[in-house]
Design a binder for this molecule. Structure first.
Ligand code: FE2
Length: 433
């Protein structure tokens, strides 16, 4: 058996004198009918199901169209710095943070960040991700470098002014103000990492005060531990509820919820739902970092994604770290993140399709973004999956076949051949609907 996997032109501009016709696109999973989309040289959808056929023709062969993916939790400022320093031999978050502080941080110049970011943006784009929220620390000024470096035509980067290791260290409060004034959209926080419980509570109040004062969103690293007594999420949710800004508030990680007593978690989930906050879980990195202080059996340490969804809470999934001292692997493939959530939190086969919402609809909501609409006159912003069903998309976690954003597009060409016969379609789409 010979299997050919080629990643095609990952980063092309549409040729200016040509239009692009994409034919045989499946719009809805259960439909047998295919459609075409015609994009003009300005990157605008000119018509749907029209007969124009000049320009480049791409045959989607019945693959499923989707809204672009969203990555609502990343640390782009550190991404791809794995070999900048010694390796993290304990695998703990604390050692990873130490390595960044002692060896990596000094190497992040403006030029270095811009060079890495170019690659990071392409990695997101070929995976169909158009929006990313990046938590970048203020203490070492990485956030200011990110604000200068982030603009590009492929991926929108929302920046969180992240007060790692806590609000009340060094000049962090002043630096957060400065980052918000310079354009950061989100106030970060990390209450479980403050020096005391009291300072953790105080940091939440300060973060909300700043968010209100500057009219910004809030997204905290909250309860990212295995400690069942780490209970700052309820304080964040209560504060959001009191101020009526739950829709602008996200709680990232909440890995301690894995270890909460069931009665307490039930009460907490009612409050999270009432407050209307979003929970952003990062199952891949949480599985890597949590449970590191356990003997066997080791806890998975992932937020209770499934129970939160069933309680009516808006849950989204992020990548978190990629190829840095905190997590050495990763690739911004959000379908892989969804697949890992399935595994980490004991989802069942009837729930597979729902996982797509966690990297699309729910993530748009958490980041307060408007979803792109596919209609004539709109900028072309969509992805065509490698598969004909959501089930196969999550099962295979293959990067999208086609990614289109205005004048820019990426193609991931995957071809499987057995002897002389191309078998790609049969091998990727295994269960007929
Ligand atoms: Fe994080």
């Amino acid at each position: 058996m010979l299997s050919l996997i080629t990643y095609g032109n990952a980063f092309n501009s549409l040729l200016h004198e040509y239009y692009m016709l994409i034919k045989n696109i499946k719009f809805q999973e259960d439909s047998n009918e295919n459609h075409s989309i015609y994009i003009n040289d300005e990157g605008i959808i000119e018509c749907i199901d029209c007969d124009n056929k000049d320009g480049e023709v791409i045959d989607a062969k019945g693959r499923l169209i989707s809204k672009p993916f969203v990555n609502p939790h990343a640390h782009l400022g550190y991404a791809l710095t794995l070999n900048y320093a010694r390796h993290n031999l304990s695998g703990t978050l604390i050692e990873g943070v130490e390595i960044i502080r002692e060896e990596v941080s000094q190497k992040i110049t403006q030029e270095d960040l811009e060079k890495r970011l170019e690659k990071i943006i392409k990695m997101h784009f070929i995976n169909g991700v158009f929006y990313v929220r990046s938590h970048d620390p203020v203490w070492n000024d990485v956030v200011f470098k990110m604000l200068k470096a982030r603009n590009n035509p492929l991926v929108e980067i929302q920046v969180v002014a992240f007060p790692s290791p806590g609000f009340f260290f060094d000049e962090n409060v002043e630096k957060i103000r400065k980052a918000l004034e310079e354009g950061a959209e989100v106030v970060g926080l990390i209450p479980h990492s403050e020096r005391s419980y009291e300072e953790g509570i105080k940091s939440i109040k300060v973060a909300f005060d700043l968010a209100v004062e500057y009219n910004k969103l809030i997204d905290g690293h909250v309860d990212e531990t295995d400690d069942p007594n780490s209970r700052f999420s309820e304080v964040v949710a209560r504060e959001a509820l009191s101020r009526g800004i739950g829709y602008k508030t996200s709680i990232s990680h909440m890995t301690a919820s894995h270890s909460y007593d069931n009665w307490y978690f039930h009460k907490l989930s009612l409050l999270l739902s009432e407050a209307g906050v979003s929970i952003i879980s990062n199952p891949i990195v949480s599985m890597h970092l949590q449970g590191r202080y356990d003997n066997y059996p080791k806890r998975r340490g992932v937020a209770r994604i499934r129970e939160l969804i069933n309680a009516g809470v808006n849950v989204a999934l992020g990548s978190d770290n990629v190829a840095d001292p905190i997590y050495p692997l990763g690739d911004y493939n959000m379908l892989r993140v969804a697949q890992e959530a399935f595994l980490a939190d004991h989802f069942t086969s009837n729930e597979i399709e729902e996982l797509l919402n966690l990297i699309t609809t729910n993530a748009y909501k958490a980041m307060q973004l408007k979803e792109p609409e596919i209609k004539p006159g709109n900028k072309a912003e969509f992805i065509i999956l490698q598969t004909k069903t959501i089930y196969d998309a999550i099962r295979t976690a293959l990067p999208p076949f086609l990614v289109v954003r205005g004048k820019h597009y990426a193609i991931n060409e995957i071809k499987t051949r057995i002897d002389e016969n191309e078998e790609t379609d049969k091998i990727i789409n295994i269960i007929d609907k």
